[in-house]
Every structure is written in structure tokens, then in C-alpha cells.
Design a binder for this molecule. Structure first.
Ligand code: DGY
Length: 341
């Protein structure tokens, strides 16, 4: 895996030591250069790494914008994300340049749904208060009124979005005796797991609200002060989708005023958040995790493997297995100014 010149198409990978053998398999057929640093590459370093490559394998934390696509050069054919979310990529700019963009749906749905379910249980039952008390030696005598949370069984779960991860959460919720409803702007039908509900109704009637929508211009700030005000004061909000969909300042206000029972966030705006005094880390009824929805060895390896298969397919002239929905799986012809060349 080096950057030495070779007859094989050049593939740049933005981390060293990615799990699984996907990158290793790419290296048997392509000239693979992996970013050697232990810290993620800066935008300038990313541009240098991508220069002259035909395939680029990136993580969701790497920003792929028009400047990076141009830095890679006209030979770039595929940007493969080892991530399901693709808000980090300027997909329109890539498509305009004839570059295929792919992501990794399916392979992480169950693993991420497990974390959504865990956050529902942990936040609603206020389990961190118990963990904290144990660590401080403050268990004390048994009291009927200590460490009380709210029941998960019998509660109504509202899913915002109804894609693969949301449906995997619905399956788990059924096992926990929850009633399930969902809102999706286009998929308005009920199914055996869940009933469709209008957005406002979902907010008003759910005991637990779980966010599973991608971050787009339409969904940014979708759960803000007005939406939180519609929710029950006994409700729990969980976000394993994308930071930015929930307005975290408004969430803190609602929790502090007792207008919301509890919340769990696996994703936040401006990740990573490393300030130990960050108010999100210290709100008693809020549980936060460092974006670990897909973090199991098997799933992370499967994500890299699928990203690598997408790279190989496009560089071999075959359609990518999992292009971004609504975009081509094969490289297009490039448009330069108003001419197609
Ligand atoms: C995803 O796949 O979108 C996860 O959030 C990890 O980036």
C-alpha cells in the first residue's frame, strides 16, 4: 500500500488500519495509499492525499466538497463512504463532475438500532443516576422513591423517518411491548410494525421519540423549541440519526424546565465534542454517547468491506452496489462549462 507510481488505478483511503480486509483486498488490485497519520487528515492533507486518485474511500467525518473533488483531479471516478450518512459529501458537486458517490446502507441498521434501543432504555429509566451513585458509594438504603424512571413497556414509540434503522428499532420495540408509530413525508402507509402519523400528532402522542432521518436542508433543526413544546413532559427524545436535526440548545432548555423527561444523543452538531465542560455532558437527564451507533467490530468491518466493493466495482467498470439514492452507479460524462466532453 504505497503511493509509488504504478499502472494500476490509484485509490486513496483516508485512514490507516481500517477494520476488516476490504482495504487489503483493494490493495491486491489497485495502487492504494492510506493516510499515514494517526489523526484524521486536515482538508489540505486530504486534498494532497486525493490528488491524482481514481477512487477515494472516506469516512463520514471527512468533508468531501467541490474543492476536494477538484483537488483529486479529472481522473476521479468514485467516492466511497464507509458510512450510511452522506451529509459530509457535496453529492451534487460530485455528480456534476461525473463522480459516483456510494454509501453503506443495510450493513449497520441492526447495530445502530441496538444503540437506539439502549438509549431509550437508559434515558427513560434514568439508569446513569444509578451508575453514578454506585461509583460514588452513594447507593444508600433501599428507598421506594429512589432512582425512579418511566416504563418503556406500554409506551408509544414515535419514529421520525422510517428507513432501515427505524424499522429495525420498530422490531425491537415490539419485543419490549411498545406501540409504534412513525412519520415519513412520503411513506405514508401503515405496516404490521407501525402506523403512519402526521408529524405534529407524532410529537404530541409519543412517549418516546426516536430520530432516524438524514441531515438535509429540510431536516436541519427539525426538532427545535416549537416541536419540543408539543411533546409530552413525560417524553424521552433519542437521536441516533444526525446531529443538527435536533436543536441541542432548545433540548437543554426543555430538560431544565422539566418540559421533557429525558433524552439520549449518540450524535451531535459539531462532532467531535471534546470540551469536558460541554453542558450536554452534564445535564442530569441527558445521556450522550460519542457517535457509536455502528461501533461493533463486525459492523465496522462490513462498512469498510462494502465501501471497498463499491470502489472496486466502479474502477472495474461495473455499477456500484450501493450508490447514494437517486444518483448514478456508473461514472458520468464530465461537464466542462456548458460542454459535455
Ligand atoms: C453512518 O454510517 O452514517 C454512521 O453515522 C457512521 O458515520
Amino acid at each position: 500500500m504505497s503511493g509509488t507510481s504504478s499502472a494500476h488505478p490509484r485509490v486513496a483511503v483516508t485512514r490507516t488500519g481500517l477494520p476488516g480486509d476490504g482495504v487489503g483486498r483493494l490493495a491486491t488490485r489497485f495502487d492504494v495509499t492510506a493516510w499515514p497519520g494517526t489523526a484524521p487528515p486536515t482538508p489540505a492533507e486530504l486534498a494532497g492525499l486525493a490528488q491524482g486518485c481514481e477512487g477515494l474511500l472516506v469516512l463520514g467525518a471527512d468533508r468531501v466538497d467541490a474543492a476536494l473533488l477538484d483537488a483529486a483531479g479529472p481522473g476521479l471516478r468514485v467516492v466511497a463512504l464507509a458510512s450510511m450518512g452522506y451529509d459530509s459529501v457535496d453529492v451534487a458537486a460530485a455528480v456534476q463532475r461525473g463522480v459516483v458517490v456510494t454509501h453503506t446502507p443495510d450493513v449497520l441498521a441492526d447495530t445502530t438500532a441496538d444503540v437506539a434501543m439502549a438509549l431509550i432504555l437508559i434515558a427513560r429509566r434514568r439508569l446513569p443516576a444509578g451508575v453514578d451513585a454506585m461509583r460514588r458509594g452513594a447507593w444508600g438504603a433501599f428507598r421506594m422513591d429512589a432512582f425512579l424512571g418511566l416504563d418503556v413497556h406500554g409506551a408509544t414509540l414515535g419514529l421520525i423517518g422510517y428507513g432501515r434503522i427505524a424499522r429495525a428499532v420498530a422490531r425491537r420495540a415490539a419485543g419490549f411491548g411498545m406501540r409504534v408509530q412513525h412519520h415519513h413525508p412520503r411513506r405514508k402507509e401503515d405496516d404490521r410494525l407501525s402506523r403512519w402519523a402526521p408529524f405534529d400528532e407524532l410529537l404530541r402522542t409519543s412517549d418516546v421519540l426516536s430520530v432516524h432521518t438524514p441531515l438535509t436542508e429540510e431536516t436541519k433543526g427539525m426538532i427545535g423549541a416549537a416541536e419540543l413544546a408539543l411533546m409530552k413532559p413525560t417524553a424521552t427524545l433519542v437521536n441516533t440519526g444526525r446531529g443538527g436535526v435536533v436543536d441541542e440548545d432548545a433540548l437543554l432548555v426543555a430538560l431544565r424546565r422539566g418540559e421533557l423527561h429525558s433524552a439520549g444523543l449518540d450524535v451531535m452538531t459539531d462532532e467531535p465534542r471534546t470540551d469536558p465542560s460541554d453542558p450536554l455532558f452534564h445535564e442530569p437527564h441527558l445521556v450522550v454517547l460519542p457517535h457509536v451507533g455502528s461501533a461493533t467490530e463486525a459492523t465496522r468491518a462490513a462498512m469498510v468491506d462494502l465501501a471497498a466493493r463499491n470502489v472496486a466495482a466502479v474502477l472495474d467498470g461495473r455499477p456500484a452496489p450501493t450508490p447514494i439514492p437517486g444518483t448514478p452507479g456508473l461514472p458520468g460524462r464530465r461537464r466542462v462549462a456548458d460542454r459535455t466532453v
